[in-house]
Structure formats: structure tokens, C-alpha cells
Design a protein around this ligand. Structure first.
Ligand code: GLN
Length: 471
């Protein structure tokens, strides 16, 4: 383990010119990205290995980081993804029976430039009033670069707004995790940065989980004969993911049940026809209160998002893209940000936060059961082969069309084909690559938006107590 006492100087430079001098931590060099703060007291390993943090320099508000080291059991993905890491007081020793290496060594191993000895409270207060901004950590030779040169590098770094990072984090070829409970069928998971906990939760609900590269086509998805489709969390700006939105519209048009988490929620929002926007400093922590409007229950939840969906908060709205009625199912009680969407006329819902939370509260884990129930119900209502499109899947029928053609009742009968599709097949642990290429989605007319979220952008500023305790 690198001695923290002998570490050399490092500097954190924000794009507004603010500078904080600290000590080198992890790999030495230069790193650039959006500086964000995460308030979880626990779970730094899961935070660091969450692919959604790609492109971001993460500051931990918890003052003491690293005391349980890193182990080979808890990572959420194959590597550490944060662009850089800012801590106040790194643990001098590793003290946990499960630890396999120190955090410092893990950062070095993945080439992640960090900085310690930073007044993280001061930086957090600055960001929460000035907003997330780009920054850079300079250590090793880069620490002695001219101050103006460092600032120039920071200001030339890409902005998070407009950034598409999906190809960086997604699997190169499909990977299959077999169901660990009574099997329901194949689930197509679009890997936009999926976490292991999500895969485990889905497999535990009876899905053979097919994790697919982010550039698959609708035909690739149809080829695995899925009972449903899932879009994962992931880094980047949802406004820069047009291809994934078009793919999702193809999925909804096929009548496939859909569940999305975080980035997946934002992309469902866009597919339904709503906008997304950047929050001033985002939600990153494990104690965010969210109201499930269907039950009136308040959940304490894990969050990691810098963007949000702009959908009408307090009324059931018509999907601007013609998918029927949509409601905001979950709301953040700190700032009224949309935390969940539910389509009322098609089998699709999503949440902005993390029911798979690890480490984190498990209040929202029921959402995986809700998804399973929705899929099981839709299988019972699957159309017969005669009533399906040439691809073998039912096309979405708008509520208006249903009332004139009787399409809805025609789509309710179970077939032998359903039973076939539910029969267990031997799933290889890894499949050959499902390829790239584009599909031409069906063009559809959009309906004008009626209302926008009036609360949008009014993110609640937590007070000091929140930051430290939550912290
Ligand atoms: N965890 C996620 O999926 C994050 C989604 C998106 N990149 C955001 O920052 O809002």
C-alpha cells in the first residue's frame, strides 16, 4: 500500500478558477471531468464501480474513506469508473475480514487519479450553490503545471450536458445470467452501464438475464424472444441518446413489457415524448426520501443522477408520442423531482432511483416484484400468433384505436406458444456478440405537450446538517 504520509502534492482545480491543494491519492497524473458530490456514509466500493459515474470526479462528503478496503465480492461492475476521486481523510489501514486490497491500491490499479486532504465540506457547499461544474485533479508532474495551464485544461474538458458515454461502459458482446428462481423467460437488458446488483435482482425474479450491448437493434432484441425488456442505469446525458430512445419506441410498439432504472427512466420519459433537463447539482446519496404515490408510502432510497425527466407532476398526462396516459408515480420529497413514471395504457414503468441499492436502503426492492408481476400478467394476456405482427410480436395499439377496433380484447388470450417460450432452455453463460447496425423505427406523429413540470430546476438545497449526517 502506498504510504499516505509520503504522498506528494496534488491540486483540485474547478472551472470557475477555485483551487484546493491536497495530497496525491491513487494514480498520479491529470484527470478531468464533472465534479459531483456523493453523500453516502457507506458503500464507496459500490459507488466507485457504478458505471453511471463514468466521466465524473466524485467527491465523498463522508470524511473518512477506505477503512474497509476493497473486496472481490461487492463490485458493481468490472472496474472503477469514476474519472477522479476526492476525499478528505483516507483510512491509514484496511480493517475488514473481507478486504482483498486497499482502496488506494485499487485506484492505482485502475489508473484513477485521486486527491486527499481536501476540505470536502467547503467544496460541497460551493458546488451546491454554484452547481456541478467541470474540474481537474493534477498530481505527479502535472501538479506543478502552470496554474493557468491547469485551468485551461479544465475549461477545455467536455461538458456532461450533451455527452453520450454508453459505448464506453457497455458490454462488447451479450452475456447471460440464468434465472435463480422459477423461470419466467428471457429478459433483454440493454446495458447502458448495468450494475451487478440489478442483474442479480432480475435473475432472482425468474428471468434469464440477457445483458446486451448498447448498440443492438430491435431485431437483435426480438431474436432472443424476450418476455420483457429492461433499460439500465448509465452515465451521460439522456438528451444525447436518440438511438436508445428510438430502440425503446420499437420495444413499446412491439407491446413488450418494459422496466427502466435511472438512465432507463430518463429514456422511457423521452420515448413517451417528455423532455429531460440537468439538475443544478444532482442527487447522489443513499437517504433520499421518495413518495410512491400509488401506496402513499415514503421510501428512503439510493440515488445517483444529474439529470431528470420533465413530465407533468400532478396530473395524468397523454404521452406526447401517442402511448396513452402516463402518470408520475414517484416524487422526490426534497425537491419534487420526478422519480418514477408509469404508463397506464401500456405495460411500462420506470424509476429514477435505485431499487437495487447496494450499499443502500432496500425500501424500494419491491419494484422488482412489481416488474415480475407485470410481466407475468402480460404473458397471460399475450396475443395468439394470428394476431401478431410478422415479427411475432403484438404492435402497440393506441387507446383510441382500441376503442374503435376492439383491438384490446382481441389481444387477450393465452397460447401454446406462450408455454413454449416459458419452457426452460439451457442458457450459455456467455453468448457470441449481438451486433451493431440500425433499424428504421416506424415514424409516428407526436401530440403537442400540454404541461411542463413547474417545479423543474428548483432543486432543494440541503442544509449543513443534511450534508454532514447524510453525508
Ligand atoms: N445512475 C444513472 O443512471 C444516471 C443517469 C444519468 N447519467 C444522470 O446522471 O442523470
Amino acid at each position: 500500500m502506498t504510504s499516505l504520509f509520503q504522498s506528494d502534492p496534488a491540486v483540485l482545480v474547478l472551472e470557475d478558477g477555485t483551487r484546493h491543494v491536497g495530497r496525491a491519492y491513487g494514480a498520479r497524473g491529470t484527470t478531468l471531468g464533472e465534479v459531483v458530490f456523493a453523500t453516502g456514509m457507506t458503500g464507496y466500493q459500490e459507488t466507485l464501480t457504478d458505471p453511471s459515474y463514468a466521466g465524473q470526479i466524485v467527491l465523498q462528503t463522508a470524511p473518512h474513506i477506505g477503512n474497509t478496503g476493497m473486496n472481490h465480492e461487492d463490485p458493481e461492475s468490472r472496474r472503477i469508473w469514476v474519472s477522479g476521486y476526492i476525499v478528505r481523510d483516507p483510512s491509514r489501514i484496511v480493517s475488514n475480514w473481507r478486504a482483498d486490497e486497499s482502496l488506494d491500491d485499487a485506484l492505482v490499479g485502475d489508473g484513477v487519479v485521486g486527491i486527499s486532504g481536501i476540505d470536502t465540506r467547503a467544496v460541497t457547499r460551493h458546488i451546491r450553490s454554484a452547481g456541478s461544474m467541470r474540474g481537474g485533479v493534477f498530481s505527479g508532474d502535472a501538479a506543478s503545471l502552470d496554474e493557468e495551464e491547469q485551468l485551461r485544461l479544465v475549461r477545455e474538458a467536455p461538458q456532461m450536458a450533451g455527452l453520450n458515454l454508453s459505448a464506453e461502459v457497455s458490454v462488447a458482446a451479450a452475456e447471460v445470467t440464468p434465472a435463480t428462481a422459477e423461470r419466467i423467460g428471457n429478459l433483454a437488458v440493454l446495458d447502458l452501464g448495468v450494475k451487478q446488483s440489478t442483474i442479480d435482482n432480475l435473475a432472482a425474479r425468474g428471468f434469464d438475464v440477457h445483458v446486451l450491448p448498447q448498440n443492438v437493434t430491435i431485431d437483435d432484441i426480438r431474436a432472443i424472444d424476450p418476455v420483457a425488456v429492461f433499460y439500465s442505469n448509465g452515465p451521460g446525458d439522456p438528451a444525447a441518446s436518440d438511438d436508445h430512445v428510438e430502440l425503446l419506441r420499437g420495444v413499446l410498439d412491439d407491446g413488450l413489457p418494459f422496466f427502466g432504472i435511472c438512465f432507463g427512466n430518463q429514456l422511457l420519459g423521452r420515448a413517451l415524448g417528455y423532455g429531460t433537463y440537468k439538475l443544478p447539482f444532482g442527487h447522489r446519496g443513499i437517504n433520499q426520501p421518495v413518495l410512491d404515490r400509488s401506496t402513499g408510502r415514503v421510501e428512503i432510497t439510493a440515488h445517483n443522477h444529474g439529470f431528470a425527466v420533465d413530465a407533468p407532476l400532478d396530473v395524468v398526462s397523454e404521452s406526447p408520442n401517442g402511448y396513452g396516459r402516463v402518470e408520475v408515480s414517484h416524487v422526490d420529497l426534497n425537491d419534487n423531482v420526478v422519480e418514477g413514471l408509469r404508463a397506464l395504457d401500456i405495460p411500462a414503468f420506470s424509476v429514477q432511483y435505485h431499487p437495487e441499492a447496494a450499499a443502500g436502503p432496500h425500501d424500494a426492492n419491491y419494484l422488482f416484484d412489481r416488474f415480475k408481476d407485470m410481466v407475468v400478467a402480460s404473458l397471460a394476456e399475450r396475443p395468439t400468433r394470428d394476431e401478431t405482427s410478422p415479427q411475432g410480436s403484438a404492435r402497440f395499439v393506441s387507446p383510441a384505436a382500441r376503442s374503435t377496433t376492439g383491438g384490446e380484447s382481441a389481444a387477450r388470450s393465452t397460447t401454446e406458444a406462450d408455454d413454449d417460450s416459458r419452457a426452460r432452455s439451457d442458457s450459455p453463460s456467455r453468448e457470441a456478440g449481438i451486433g451493431s447496425g440500425g433499424s428504421a423505427p416506424e415514424a409516428r406523429g407526436g401530440m403537442p405537450r400540454e404541461t411542463a413540470n413547474p417545479e423543474r430546476g428548483t432543486q432543494r438545497i440541503p442544509d449543513d446538517t443534511d450534508t454532514e449526517e447524510n453525508a
